[in-house]
Design a protein around this ligand. Sequence first.
Ligand SMILES: [Zn+2]
Length: 123
Amino acid sequence: MGQLLKKDKRPPVKIQLKKNDQVKVIAGKDKGKTGRILNVDSASGRVMVEQINIVKKHTRKNPAKQIAGGVAESEASIAVSNVMIVCSKCGAVRIKHTVVTTDAGVTKRQRVCHKCGGALDKK
Ligand SMILES: [Zn+2]
């Protein structure tokens, strides 16, 4: 009796990853590779990672628009569940959230490594 959600009616996926995060691919054809996140799409639950999931794009040449044509290679997005954030000490880890209080008394949420507790957010 479960309710089935249509693919395009799915709620946005909560993505804990951010642009410029270093991630490791844990599934798919680029399994084991690491790269930097270029783009995060929470609507589709996918991320674009540098040099991961390279696809060939065939383009027709168009001199008016300075397009040379031929086969260009570029990244395609991959599902966020197929990547894990990389901790500089532990490797691919899960993300834990903690609340930190700064000297000014401001509390903010911080992403830390699930294993060593090291901060994953660069300042
Ligand atoms: Zn760690």
